[in-house]
Design a protein around this ligand. Structure first.
Ligand code: UDP
Length: 197
């Protein structure tokens, strides 16, 4: 998949549909992947913290999520991304795919009541998804990050949506990515709040 290098990071340079197919292939072939949906907030965090920058560099793919990233690329590299690939759109596409293929999904993030409402809505709309587990997002990575990762590792979801916001979601994924045997992990920011309605 073609990339554009911007702010010292390689961003996926493809249409949404092409990238969505790549994600589907990862799921079907049980190949691990870690996806950062890069928005300006994430980029700013990489400027502030070297260790967080490392978390972004660990990603299998970084997509151009924000309009700010698209504009910055036009100005700084003279190259244009064909379109945005947002965490929310990716999540909707992959929920639909998981429903069709009866795949296993895990949800991590948001406040407990928001998460429960999102779960309710997902079960209504995507009845064939195997929702294997969930955990709210207000835990400390230092105290409980590993415990949650071990639980997920046992459950072996095909897709894990990590909605902890930046920088927490990328920090958690990159810290524990090596313990997972399989699965696609995507940082999706405030998407569970939207799905909760
Ligand atoms: N969140 C969380 N744990 C935290 C901090 C935030 O689960 O420790 C959740 C928060 O409830 C919200 C999401 O992470 O659902 C962050 O949303 P935001 O809109 O800030 O993220 P963005 O989409 O801008 O990255």
């Amino acid at each position: 998949i073609d990339k554009i290098r911007l702010f010292d990071v390689d961003f996926v340079n493809s249409k949404f549909s092409e990238f969505a197919k790549v994600m589907e292939k990862h799921v079907l072939q049980k190949e691990k992947a870690y996806v950062v949906t890069g928005n300006p907030q994430i980029m700013v965090e990489t400027f502030k913290s070297k260790s967080y920058k490392g978390c972004i560099e660990d990603a299998t793919y970084v997509t151009a999520d924000g309009i700010g990233v698209i504009l910055a690329s036009k100005i700084l590299t003279k190259k244009s991304f064909p379109e945005r690939i947002t965490g929310f759109d990716l999540m909707l596409h992959l929920l639909e795919f998981a429903n069709r293929k009866k795949k296993k999904v895990y949800l991590l993030g948001a406040e407990e009541f928001v998460l429960n409402r999102a779960i309710h809505n997902i079960k209504m709309k995507y009845p064939d998804i195997k929702l294997v587990g969930s955990h709210h997002g207000f835990f400390s990575i230092k105290n409980d990050g590993e415990k949650i990762a071990n639980e997920i590792s046992q459950l072996k979801p095909d897709l894990t949506f990590v909605a902890l916001g930046a920088p927490k979601q990328e920090t958690w994924i990159s810290t524990y990515f090596s313990i997972f045997e399989s699965g696609v992990f995507i940082g999706v920011g405030g998407s569970l709040d939207v799905l909760a309605g």
